[in-house]
Design a protein around this ligand. Structure first.
Ligand SMILES: Cc1cc2nc3c(=O)[nH]c(=O)nc-3n(C[C@H](O)[C@H](O)[C@H](O)COP(=O)(O)OP(=O)(O)OC[C@H]3O[C@@H](n4cnc5c(N)ncnc54)[C@H](O)[C@@H]3O)c2cc1C
Ligand code: SF4
Ligand code: SF4
Ligand code: SF4
Length: 461
C-alpha cells in the first residue's frame, strides 16, 4: 500500500459535523470506522450510528476514512494491485478460488459455512502471527445487533463464529487498539474493508497493525430494526430475546443453518426457511439504506474473501453440499495468496481449487445487481438531486433487462413504507405460504441450472 489517498475533495463534509451530515443524508452503512479511528474518541454509538459525544480536535480523519461517503476504487486498487487495476469485474481482481473447510471439525460444524474464517484466525493466533482479531459478536444489550470486539483469546475467537446478518458497527472496536501495534487480523464486510484500506493509505502505521484483512461476501446487511421486529413478532407473550443467531445449524447441517432466537422464558423460535429464504423476507421489512448504493459484493480489497458455496451443479442442486459445511474462498491479493497457501500447508484448512468463474457464476445475480443495477440507482438519485456516495470512476452502463429487474425490485419493497404490513408480511413469509413460495423458487432455480448444464458451455473460437 504505497499510494497516498488524495485529500478528500470539497469541504462540505468536515470533522464530526461532516459525519453527522453523512448520517443525516442516509449515506452511513454503520461500519463503525469513524468511531474506531477517531484519535480522541469523540463518538458514541447510537443505534449503530456515530453520535458526537465528546470534544473534536478537527483532524478530519473520521470523514476521510468514511466509506459511506466515498470509495476511491482506482486509488485503493492501484495501491493493492498495481497500475493495471481496473474497476469492473463482478468479484474484483481474483487470483484463485477454493472450496474449503476448517480442519478442526468443531470449528467446521459451528461455522456459518465451513468455519474457514475462524479456522484461519485460531491458527494464526496459536502460531503467534496475530495477537488477536477484530470480529463481530452479539451485542448483549440488544441481541438483534452485532458488536465489534477485539478477540484476544482462542475462546473469544470461537465465540465470535457465525455470521450476524444485522447492523454491526464492528470497526468501532478499533478504538481499543489505537495505541497497540498488534498485529491484529480483521474480519469485515466489503464496506468495512474499504474504510480500513482508506486509513492504511492515509497512515502507514495501520498497515503492520492490521496486516490481514479477511472479507465476507455481502449482498446486503439487514438493519437491526428488522431483526428485532422478527424477535418481537415471534416472542411468547412477555418474553424478551436474549440471543439471536442468523446462521445456526439444525440437525441436518449445512445449508439448513438459519435464524434461531432464544427468549428469557427459556423458549426458542427458529425459522423453517433456508438462510436465503429468511434473508429475503427480512430484507423486505426495513429500508436497506446505503447498502442499496454499494458496488462491492466480494470484498475486493480484502486479502481473501469468504462466502457460502452457493454454486449449483449439473443436477441443479448445490454442487458442494455437505452437512458439515464448506466455505467458498476468493483470493484477491498476492499477500492473501501466500497466507492461504500457508493455511493449507500448515494443516489448518483443507481445500481444493475450483475455476475462478464458479463462485462468480454461482452468485451472479447479486454480483450483477451491485455492478450493473447500483450504477442505475446512483444515476437516478443524482438526477433527483439526492445524496449519493462519491465513486470517482466511470460506472458501468445498465442493460435494459437489469432496469426491468430494478422496477420489480422496488415494487416488492413498497411495503417498507407502511409498518402494519411488516408484521403481517413476516408472519406470511415465515409461515406455510412463505415456505411454499421459497420451495417453488428453489425448484425453479434447480430446473434452470439443470437446463443450462444440459445445453453445455457456449461454443468458443
Ligand atoms: C451481513 C452478511 C451478508 C453476507 N452475505 C453473503 C452473501 O450474499 N453470499 C455469501 O456467499 N456469503 C455471504 N456472507 C458470508 C457468509 O454468511 C459467511 O460469513 C462466510 O461464508 C464465512 O463463513 P465461515 O463458516 O467460513 O466463517 P465463521 O467461522 O462462521 O466466521 C464468521 C465470521 O464472520 C464475522 N461476522 C459475523 N457477522 C458479521 C458482521 N455483521 N459484520 C462483520 N463480520 C461479521 C464473525 O465475527 C466471524 O469472524 C454474508 C455475511 C454477512 C455477515
Ligand atoms: S477528532 Fe478528528 S476523527 Fe474525531 S471527530 Fe473530530 S475530526 Fe473526526
Ligand atoms: S459509514 Fe462508517 S465511517 Fe461513515 S459515518 Fe457511517 S459509521 Fe462512520
Ligand atoms: S451491502 Fe455494502 S454497504 Fe451494505 S453491509 Fe454489505 S458491504 Fe456494507
Amino acid at each position: 500500500m504505497t499510494e497516498r489517498l488524495p485529500q478528500f475533495a470539497g469541504d462540505e463534509y468536515r470533522d464530526a459535523d461532516g459525519i453527522v451530515r453523512v448520517v443525516r443524508e442516509g449515506l452511513c452503512h454503520r461500519c463503525g470506522a469513524c468511531i474506531g479511528f477517531c484519535p480522541v474518541n469523540t463518538f458514541d454509538v447510537r443505534d449503530g450510528y456515530p453520535q458526537p459525544a465528546r470534544e473534536c480536535i478537527h483532524c478530519n480523519i473520521c470523514v476521510r476514512v468514511c466509506s459511506g461517503l466515498e470509495v476511491d476504487y482506482p486509488a485503493i486498487g492501484r495501491a493493492l494491485y498495481g497500475e493495471g487495476y481496473r474497476f469492473g469485474p463482478l468479484a474484483g481482481p481474483v487470483r484463485s478460488a477454493w472450496i474449503a473447510h476448517a480442519a478442526d471439525e468443531s470449528l467446521r460444524r459451528n461455522g456459518s459455512s465451513g468455519g474457514v474464517v475462524t479456522g484461519a484466525l485460531v491458527h494464526w493466533w496459536r502460531t503467534g502471527r496475530i495477537r488477536g482479531a477484530v470480529v463481530t459478536d452479539v451485542d448483549p444489550d440488544e441481541p438483534a445487533r452485532g458488536l465489534g470486539v477485539v478477540a484476544r483469546t482462542e475462546e473469544e475467537l470461537r465465540r465470535s463464529q457465525q455470521s450476524r446478518y444485522t447492523t454491526a458497527p464492528t470497526l468501532a472496536a478499533l478504538q481499543q487498539i489505537q495505541n497497540d501495534d498488534g498485529p491484529f487480523a480483521v474480519v469485515g464486510l466489503p464496506c468495512q474493508v474499504h474504510s480500513i484500506r482508506k486509513r492504511q493509505l492515509m497512515d502507514p502505521r495501520w498497515g503492520p497493525r492490521l496486516p490481514i484483512l479477511i472479507g465476507l461476501l455481502c449482498h446486503y446487511n439487514l438493519p437491526w430494526e428488522a431483526v428485532r421486529l422478527a424477535a418481537e413478532t415471534f416472542a411468547p407473550r412477555g418474553a424478551r430475546a436474549v440471543n439471536i443467531r442468523s446462521r445456526h445449524r439444525d440437525e441436518r447441517g449445512w445449508p439448513h443453518n438459519s435464524l434461531h432466537i432464544w427468549y428469557d422464558d427459556g423458549s426458542e423460535w427458529r425459522t423453517k426457511l433456508s438462510p436465503r429464504g429468511i434473508f429475503n423476507v427480512l430484507s423486505r421489512l426495513a429500508p436497506l439504506g446505503r447498502c442499496l448504493l454499494c458496488l462491492d459484493a466480494a470484498a475486493e480489497f480484502s486479502d481473501f474473501a469468504v462466502g457460502d458455496p452457493w454454486i449449483r451443479g449439473s443436477t441443479g442442486r448445490w454442487k458442494y453440499e455437505a452437512p458439515e459445511g464448506y466455505s467458498v474462498v476468493i483470493v484477491h491479493t498476492e499477500h492473501g495468496q501466500r497466507l492461504w497457501q500457508e493455511l493449507i500447508e500448515e494443516g489448518a484448512i483443507r481445500a481444493f481449487e475450483i475455476p475462478p468463474e464458479e463462485p462468480v457464476e454461482g452468485q451472479s445475480a447479486m454480483m450483477t445487481e451491485k455492478k450493473e443495477r447500483v450504477p442505475f440507482r446512483i444515476r437516478v438519485r443524482r438526477r433527483l438531486g439526492l445524496p449519493v456516495p462519491r465513486y470517482p470512476m466511470p460506472l458501468p452502463a445498465t442493460p435494459p433487462a437489469q432496469v426491468r429487474k430494478e422496477i420489480v425490485f422496488w415494487l416488492t419493497r413498497l411495503n417498507t413504507l407502511w409498518r402494519p404490513w411488516q408484521r403481517l408480511l413476516l408472519r406470511i413469509g415465515c409461515g406455510p405460504i412463505g415456505q411454499w413460495l421459497v420451495r417453488r423458487r428453489d425448484a425453479r432455480r434447480e430446473r434452470l441450472a439443470q437446463a443450462r448444464a444440459c445445453k453445455g458451455p457456449p461454443p468458443t473460437g
